[in-house]
Ligand binder design. Structure first.
Ligand SMILES: Cc1cc2nc3c(=O)[nH]c(=O)nc-3n(C[C@H](O)[C@H](O)[C@H](O)COP(=O)(O)OP(=O)(O)OC[C@H]3O[C@@H](n4cnc5c(N)ncnc54)[C@H](O)[C@@H]3O)c2cc1C
Length: 423
C-alpha cells in the first residue's frame, strides 16, 4: 500500500487548496472525500456564481470576519485575497469585482471555479478518492498515526489535514465529522451555532404573513440587547418571509441575535429596521410636513404614495388606525411623527434563527487558541493540521468564508508539505 506524505480529508475549498499547496511544495498527496463529487458547497455558494474572494484591504477583510478574524493575519501573510485572485487568473479564470468588493468568475459559474481547482489538483498528481468516508483518525501519544475509513480501511500516515467543514447544509457533505477527531486529539470545540442564517419571529404580522415576500432595499437593521443597547447594525437589503426576516442585512445580523440569546439567556431579542437610514427622524418629519403643506386637500394615502413601499405604508396606517381617505391637512402632527417613528424604528421582536443545518455558515468550531496560525498545525498532536470552516472562524457571506477556506487551506498544505519534505 502506498503511504502518502499528506492525507487531506475533505474536498471543499479548504481541502482542495490544501491539496494544491501540499503537492506544489513537493508532497505526495491523497485527498479523500465522502461525497461522490468534490466542492459541492462551493458549487452552490454565492448563489451558484461562487464568490471566490473579496477585494478589500486586509484590515477591512478581517473586519468582515467577525468570528476570530484577527487569527487570519498570519494565514493571510502566507496566502491572501490578492493571491487567490492571482491564483485563479493564472489558471485562466477571469474574475470581476462587484459591489462591496465581491469577486466572481466573469462567466458567473461556480462550476468553472470548482473545475479549475480540480484540474489543478489532477495536474499536480494528487490522488483523489471520492465516496470514501473517514471514520476517525488514530494518534500515538504525540502524533498522527493513521486514518480509519468507514469501510474499515486503514491509511497509515504521519500527516493529516482535516478540511471537513462545519455542520451547515449537510447534503453537501458538511456534517461536523471533524469535531470528534479533533477532540480525540485533545482539542477544544467551542459551542457550535448557526450564522449567516434567516431570523425567525413570532410577531403577529409575521404569523399572519402580512408582509411576506416584501423586499426592502438599502435599509439599516439593528440588533439590541435586552437592556436596549445597540449590539450591531448592518445596512443592505432584506426580505420578510413566512417565518421572519432574511436577505443580506438579516443574515449579517443573525449571529448577533444568536449570541445575544445565548449570552443573556433570553428567548426574544429586539431588532429595528430603519427604512430611511440617510435621513434623521426630524428631517423625515419635515419632509412629510412639506408634502402636507403642498397638497393639503389630498387624501393622506394618495399624498404619501411613493414615499415608502405601499405595503409598509398600509401596515403603518393599520397599526396607527390612520383613516387613509382623510385629507392630509386633518392628520395631526403627532400622527405624522408616529409614521416617521415606525419608518425609522420599525420594531420586530425576533426569537431565534433557522437551524444550523439551514445556515450558510457554522459558527464555533475547533478553538483557534490551539492552532499555530502561521502553519495551521495543531498544538496538540504532531502532524495534525486543520483548515476551513471546521475551525472557530466565520465571516459574513460575501466571499469571506471562502477566502478563509482558501487561505487556511493553502497555509496548511504548504506547511504540511514543508514539514514532510524537509524531514
Ligand atoms: C448556499 C451557500 C452559499 C454560500 N455562499 C457563500 C458566499 O457567498 N461567500 C462565502 O464566503 N461563503 C459562502 N458560503 C460558505 C462557504 O461555502 C463555506 O464556508 C466553505 O465551503 C467552507 O469550506 P470548507 O472547505 O471548510 O468546507 P466544505 O465546503 O463544507 O467541505 C467539506 C468537505 O469535507 C467532506 N467531508 C466531511 N466529512 C467527511 C468525512 N467524514 N470523510 C470524508 N470527507 C468528509 C465533505 O464531503 C465536503 O466535501 C456559502 C455556503 C452555502 C451553503
Amino acid at each position: 500500500m502506498k503511504i502518502y506524505d499528506v492525507i487531506i480529508i475533505g474536498g471543499g475549498p479548504s481541502g482542495l487548496m490544501a491539496s494544491i499547496a501540499a503537492a506544489e511544495h513537493g508532497a505526495s498527496v491523497l485527498l479523500v472525500d465522502k461525497g461522490n463529487k468534490l466542492g459541492r458547497k462551493l458549487a452552490i455558494s454565492g448563489g451558484g456564481r461562487c464568490n471566490v474572494t473579496n477585494r478589500m484591504e486586509i484590515q477591512e477583510l478581517i473586519a468582515h470576519i467577525p468570528g476570530n478574524g484577527r487569527f487570519m493575519h498570519s494565514p493571510f501573510s502566507v496566502f491572501n485575497n490578492e493571491n487567490i485572485i492571482q491564483f485563479f487568473e493564472g489558471l485562466g479564470i477571469s474574475l470581476k469585482e462587484e459591489d462591496r468588493g465581491r469577486m466572481f468568475p466573469v462567466n458567473d459559474k461556480a462550476t468553472t471555479v470548482v473545475e479549475t481547482l480540480l484540474n489543478r489538483v489532477r495536474e499536480l498528481g494528487v490522488q483523489i478518492q471520492t465516496n470514501t468516508a473517514v471514520k476517525t483518525i488514530n494518534y500515538t501519544e504525540e502524533a498522527v498515526s493513521e486514518v480509519v475509513l468507514q469501510n474499515g480501511g486503514r491509511l497509515p500516515t504521519h500527516t493529516v489535514i482535516v478540511a471537513t467543514g462545519g455542520k451547515s447544509v449537510p447534503h453537501t457533505g458538511s456534517t461536523g465529522d471533524g469535531y470528534p477527531w479533533a477532540e480525540k486529539a485533545g482539542h477544544t470545540i467551542t459551542e457550535l451555532y448557526p450564522t449567516e442564517v434567516p431570523i425567525t419571529s413570532n410577531e403577529t404580522f409575521i404569523r399572519n404573513k402580512t408582509l411576506q415576500g416584501l423586499s426592502l432595499r438599502d435599509i439599516e437593521l439593528t440588533v439590541f440587547n435586552p437592556k436596549g443597547k445597540k449590539i450591531k447594525k448592518h445596512d443592505g437589503d432584506m426580505i420578510f418571509t413566512h417565518f421572519g426576516i432574511s436577505g443580506p442585512a438579516a443574515l449579517r445580523c443573525s449571529q448577533y441575535v444568536v449570541k445575544a440569546m445565548m449570552k443573556f439567556k433570553t428567548s426574544t431579542i429586539k431588532m429595528e429596521i430603519d427604512l430611511f437610514p440617510r435621513v434623521s427622524d426630524e428631517a423625515l418629519f419635515q419632509q412629510l410636513l412639506a408634502k402636507v403643506k403642498a397638497e393639503p386637500k389630498k387624501s393622506i394615502k394618495n399624498l404619501l404614495k411613493g414615499f415608502a413601499t405601499e405595503r409598509i405604508l398600509l401596515f403603518i396606517y393599520d397599526k396607527l388606525s390612520v383613516d387613509t381617505q382623510a385629507q392630509a391637512s386633518t392628520v395631526s402632527h403627532d400622527t405624522l411623527r408616529a409614521i416617521v417613528t415606525i419608518c425609522k424604528h420599525f420594531e420586530i421582536e425576533v426569537n431565534g434563527t433557522l437551524s444550523i443545518e439551514k445556515a450558510f455558515v457554522t459558527g464555533g468550531g475547533i478553538s483557534i487558541k490551539e492552532i499555530e496560525p502561521k502553519t495551521m498545525h495543531s498544538r496538540k498532536k504532531k502532524g495534525l493540521y486543520f483548515c476551513g470552516e471546521v475551525l472557530d472562524i466565520h465571516g459574513y457571506t460575501g466571499g469571506y468564508n471562502i477566502t478563509v477556506a482558501f487561505s487556511t487551506g493553502y497555509t496548511a498544505g504548504k506547511s504540511a508539505a514543508e514539514q514532510v519534505v524537509h524531514k
